[in-house]
Design a protein around this ligand. Structure first.
Ligand code: ACO
Length: 354
C-alpha cells in the first residue's frame, strides 16, 4: 500500500492541469509558457480567481485592490515585527499571516495575497536593523516587493523576471501545500487559516524548501569539473539532489525551461555552472534508480532566477509563497464552493485488544 496518496484523485478542479508524462502545465486553459509571457502576478491571480471572487477575471481592478491592501497590512508591522525575534524568514511569515483574522473569503483573499510581500520585505529589513519601506500603491506587486525589500526602485528587468517566476509557480494541481489548504478549507475554518496551513506544508525541503539548498549545492560543487564526483558522492551517501525528481513529472518539469528563459536577460554568474551540474545530475540520476525517471524540477532554476534578482536564499521559500498564494486562495474558494468535508479513511493495522 502507498502512504503518499500517489495517483489518488482527491479533488476536481478547473484551476490547473499537470501532465507528468508530457511535461505540460496548463493554468485555466493557458499553457504555463503563455501565462508566464503574457501575465503579471495580478493577472494570473485574476485568471485563477475567475468565477470564485468578485474581482476574478479583472486584473486591473484586482491590482488596484491589492495595492491598497498592501498599504493596509503594512500598518500592522509595528506590532508584528517585534514578535518575530529568533524566527527564520518563512517562520516569521507564518507568524505574521496567522495574525490576520478569518473573515469573508473575498476580502481575506486580497488581504493575504497583498500581505505576503509586505511581511517578507519588512522582516528581511528588520533582521538587517532597517525600518520597513512603505508600500507604493502605484507599483505592481513584484516591483513594489523589490522596492520594499531594497529601499530602491526595482530594475525593470528584475521586476519582470520576478513577475514571470510568480506566475510560473502560481498554481500546480494538488501539490502538498494546496492539498493542505483545501483540507482546512473543507472544514470551513476560513481562508486565512487555510493559507497558513498551505504555507506550513510548503516550508519543507521536499516541497518549497528546496531552492535554497540548490544554491548551497552549487556553492559546494564550486567548479564545472567537480560536478560528477560531488554528485556521485551525494547519491552514494543516500542523499537526494535538491532540484531533481518530482511526484508527478517523469520528464523535465516544464517550469524549469520557462524560468531558465526568464533568467537569460539577468545574466546570472552561476548559469554556466548550473548547466554543467544539471547535465551531470541527469546523467547520474539515470543510473541511480533504474525504472524511476528523475528529472530537473522547478526548484533548480528557481534558485538561479531568484538569486539573479538579488534575493538572499533565506527568502526563496517565502517568495515561493508570494506566488503560490494565488493558487492556494483560488483552491480554497473552489473547495468552499463544494461544501464538502475532506475526510479520507485509514486502515487500522494495530491490535484490536491489548
Ligand atoms: N535525488 C536522489 N534520489 C531521488 C531524488 C533526488 N532528488 N528524488 C527521488 N529520488 C529517489 C528516491 O530516493 C527513491 O528511491 P528509493 O525508492 O530507493 O527510496 C526514488 O527516487 C523514488 O522517489 P520517491 O520518494 O518515491 O519520489 P516522490 O515522488 O515521493 O518524491 C520528491 C518527489 C519529494 C520531490 C523527490 O524527488 C525529492 O526529494 N526531490 C528532492 C527535493 C526537491 O527537489 N524538492 C522540490 C520538489 S518540487 C516542488 O515541490 C515545488
Amino acid at each position: 500500500m502507498t502512504t503518499g496518496l500517489d495517483g489518488i484523485i482527491a479533488a476536481e478542479t478547473v484551476l490547473s492541469h499537470v501532465d507528468g508524462t508530457a511535461g505540460r502545465l496548463v493554468l485555466r486553459g493557458l499553457p504555463v509558457e503563455h501565462a508566464a509571457e503574457g501575465l503579471d502576478f495580478e493577472g494570473v491571480t485574476a485568471l485563477l480567481w475567475q468565477d470564485f471572487h468578485p474581482l476574478g477575471g479583472n486584473g486591473r481592478r484586482l491590482a488596484a485592490a491589492m495595492a491598497r491592501a498592501r498599504v493596509g497590512v503594512a500598518r500592522r508591522l509595528p506590532l508584528l515585527l517585534p514578535a518575530t525575534a529568533g524566527l527564520s524568514a518563512v517562520e516569521a511569515l507564518r507568524l505574521m499571516l496567522s495574525s490576520l483574522a478569518d473573515g469573508s473569503a473575498a476580502d481575506d483573499a486580497v488581504t493575504v495575497a497583498a500581505a505576503v510581500p509586505v511581511f517578507v520585505a519588512a522582516h528581511a529589513r528588520h533582521l538587517a536593523g532597517l525600518d520597513p519601506v512603505e508600500p507604493d500603491e502605484h507599483l505592481g506587486h513584484a516591483a513594489d516587493f523589490i522596492r520594499m525589500l531594497t529601499g530602491s526602485a526595482a530594475d525593470p528587468a528584475k521586476a519582470r523576471a520576478l513577475d514571470t517566476y510568480l506566475v510560473t509557480v502560481s498554481d500546480h494541481g494538488l501539490n502538498a501545500s494546496t492539498f493542505a489548504a483545501r483540507i482546512v478549507a473543507s472544514t470551513r475554518a476560513g481562508l486565512i487559516s487555510s493559507v497558513v496551513a498551505g504555507l506550513c506544508a510548503l516550508k519543507g525541503p521536499l516541497h518549497g524548501g528546496a531552492p535554497g539548498p540548490v544554491l548551497d549545492m552549487l556553492d559546494a560543487i564550486g567548479t564545472d569539473g567537480a560536478a560528477p564526483a560531488w554528485i556521485g558522492a551525494e547519491l552514494a551517501a543516500g542523499r537526494r539532489l535538491m532540484g531533481f525528481g518530482h511526484r508527478i513529472y517523469r520528464v523535465r518539469d516544464p517550469r524549469a525551461e520557462v524560468l531558465k528563459r526568464a533568467l537569460a536577460p539577468l545574466s546570472s554568474p552561476r548559469i554556466r555552472l548550473a548547466e554543467k551540474v544539471e547535465q551531470a545530475a541527469i546523467a547520474a540520476l539515470s543510473h541511480h534508480r533504474p525504472g524511476r525517471p528523475l528529472a530537473t524540477n522547478v526548484e533548480f532554476y528557481t534558485a538561479l532566477l531568484l538569486d539573479a534578482v538579488g534575493l538572499d536564499r533565506s527568502l526563496f521559500t517565502p517568495v515561493f509563497a508570494m506566488g503560490r498564494v494565488a493558487g492556494w486562495t483560488a483552491h480554497v474558494m473552489e473547495q468552499e464552493a463544494t461544501g464538502r468535508l475532506i475526510r479520507p479513511a485509514s486502515r487500522y493495522i494495530g491490535p484490536l485488544a491489548a
